[in-house]
Every structure is written in structure tokens, then in C-alpha cells.
Design a protein around this ligand. Structure first.
Ligand SMILES: NC(=O)c1ccc[n+]([C@@H]2O[C@H](COP(=O)([O-])OP(=O)(O)OC[C@H]3O[C@@H](n4cnc5c(N)ncnc54)[C@H](O)[C@@H]3O)[C@@H](O)[C@H]2O)c1
Length: 282
């Protein structure tokens, strides 16, 4: 089956970036969310991002217009009957993902691959919510999607080699580099990244340094392009907490225990960039 139309579910930080790169690469994209305001924000974010590429001379105005012409947004999930490939990017909650995948399994044509952008949740578990676990896999894009070259590819226990091949080739078509990881909590990227972010938050809580001092140490001392607290704000503190919870529950090691300051900030609605306030003000 040739892939022409791609469904992307969830129009938040990641979903709009994923929709953008597919549309830029010539696919028709159906971007779906439960909330119309998120779809409006998602489209506006894509327009801004494409506008910046035009300003920098990396994209022509005609290609920007063509990309936007290939993007449709809707709250009606039934439209996914037209999709040839689906990427899910909703909240990082195991139950929400399983429920959605059962619905997707009922709507999408039987041959369609269902990919999840999950940062940490078991692909095998998500696949078990469907009758096509051989066609469920992890396609973990990095934030911001239009700029980051990596896609972490996760093979569930029953994912077929053919599904992995199709998805990996799709990454290459998008100009990305696919790297395979096994189905363990947090895969490669977040198993390594999140303990560092969590430790940086413990360091704030214990008064070891201010957020600015901690970020500057990691930037100037370790040559990281962005400090861990700036990065946490960028990812979303709710997403960081959800990932750490999956790591802690799944690996059973106290070293993954989410920092109480992180839990408190999320409970207070301080989610980082997307809420306007996290370790920094936006
Ligand atoms: N934020 C990051 O840096 C990052 C990086 C890589 C992967 N991820 C993963 O991507 C996924 C999305 O993260 P995000 O940061 O974009 O989250 P987000 O909170 O910005 O957006 C989630 C969106 O999903 C929508 N949604 C929730 N339930 C839905 C449903 N049942 N059907 C349709 N839409 C629904 C919400 O309305 C919201 O617009 C998560 O699995 C996350 O772990 C996030």
C-alpha cells in the first residue's frame, strides 16, 4: 500500500510538529484533537514555524502554501478511515493511549500501521489494546520535530519486521534518522535524559543552585546546548512527570522517583513554556 494520507492525533507540542513534517514532505495530513482550540493553536504554530523557514530562505513561499494546503484539522476521529498511516501524540497516560488505540483499531483499515509517539509507555501494552499488534510500533519524534533529526523507533513484542521497515523508510522520507530501541520503559532517550532532568530539579529543591546556575553549569561546563531546566520547561513539566512515573513504575528503581518539587509544580499548573511559567517565565 502506498502511503499518501497520514493521520496525526493530538495537536499539542508534538502533534503539530509531526503534522508539519509530514505535510512538508508531500503527505496529506489529517490532524485530530478532542479540543478545537488545540487544533487552532496547532495550525497557528505550524504557520509560524513555516513562516520562520521562509524568512530564513529554507522554504519557498509557494512550498509553504502547498504545505498548508495539505493540512486538514478536525475533531472527528472517524475521518481516519481515509488514513494510510497513523501517528498518535496524545497525553502520556497509559490508559488514555490504550483506549484510543482500541478506537483506532476499529476505525482504521486493517492494513494501516498505528504508530505511537509515546516517550516511555510500553508499545507492547499499547499494541495489546488492538487486534493488530503486529502493526503497532513506537515512532518517537524529538522536540521541536521540524528541527530534530532523530526518530527513536520502538519494536513491541509482536511488531512485525515489515511494519518496522515501512515506518523506518517513512522516517527517511521525512529527512529523519531512525534508531531502534527495545521496548523498555523510557526506551533509550528518556531512560537517560529524564534522570538528569529529575536530578536538576532535586538540586533546585535542595538549594544546590538556582535554575540559572544549574543550566549555566550544564551549558558551559558540559557543552549541552540547553540546560536541563530550560529543556524541562520546553518538554512540559507534566510530560516530564508522566515519563518519570512510567520509569519509576516500570523499572522499580527508587532512582527514578519523580522529584516532589516537580509533582508540586505540575499540581499547581506550572507546566513550563506551554503554561507560561515553569522554572522560568515565558
Ligand atoms: N513534549 C515533548 O517534548 C515530547 C517529546 C517527545 C515525545 N512526546 C510525547 O508526545 C505525546 C504528546 O506530548 P505533547 O507534549 O505534545 O502533549 P500536549 O499536552 O502538548 O498535547 C497533547 C494533546 O493531545 C490532546 N488529546 C488528549 N487526549 C486526546 C484524545 N483522546 N484524542 C485526541 N486528542 C487528545 C490534547 O487535547 C492535547 O492537544 C506524549 O506521549 C509525549 O510523551 C513529548
Amino acid at each position: 500500500m502506498s502511503i499518501k494520507t497520514v493521520g496525526v492525533i493530538g495537536a499539542g507540542t508534538m502533534g503539530n510538529g509531526i503534522a508539519q513534517v509530514f505535510a512538508q514532505s508531500g503527505f496529506s495530513v489529517l490532524l485530530i484533537d478532542v479540543a478545537q482550540p488545540m487544533l487552532d493553536r496547532g495550525r497557528a504554530a505550524i504557520e509560524r514555524s513555516l513562516g520562520k523557514l521562509v524568512e530564513k530562505g529554507k522554504l519557498s513561499a509557494a512550498d509553504r502554501d502547498a504545505t498548508l494546503g495539505r493540512l486538514a484539522t478536525t475533531t472527528s476521529i472517524d475521518r481516519l478511515v481515509d488514513a494510510d498511516y497513523i501517528v498518535e501524540a496524545i497525553v502520556e497516560q497509559p490508559e488514555a493511549k490504550s483506549t484510543l488505540f482500541t478506537t483506532l483499531d476499529a476505525i482504521a483499515r486493517p492494513e494501516v500501521i498505528l504508530a505511537s509517539n509515546t516517550s516511555s509507555i510500553s508499545i507492547t501494552r499499547i499494541g495489546a489494546a488492538t487486534k493488530r499488534p503486529d502493526k503497532v510500533l513506537g515512532m518517537h519524534f524529538m522536540n521541536p520535530v521540524p528541527l530534530m533529526p532523530l526518530v527513536e523507533m520502538i519494536r513491541g513484542q509482536l511488531t512485525s519486521p515489515e511494519s518496522m521497515r515501512v515506518a523506518s523508510e517513512l522516517c527517511v522520507t521525512l529527512g529523519k534518522t531512525p534508531i531502534e530501541a527495545a521496548d523498555y520503559p523510557g526506551f533509550i532517550a528518556n531512560r537517560i535524559l529524564m534522570p538528569m532532568i529529575n536530578e536538576a530539579i532535586f538540586a533546585v529543591m535542595e538549594g544546590v543552585g538556582t535554575p540559572e546556575a544549574i543550566d549555566t553549569v550544564m551549558k558551559l561546563g558540559m557543552n549541552h546546548p540547553m540546560g536541563p531546566l530550560t529543556l524541562a520547561d520546553f518538554i512540559g513539566l507534566d510530560v516530564c512527570l508522566a515519563i518519570l512515573t512510567v520509569l519509576h513504575d516500570g523499572l522499580g528503581d527508587p532512582k527514578y522517583r519523580p522529584c516532589p518539587l516537580l509533582s508540586r509544580m505540575v499540581a499547581a499548573g506550572l507546566l513550563g513554556r506551554k503554561s507560561g511559567q515553569g522554572f522560568y517565565t515565558y
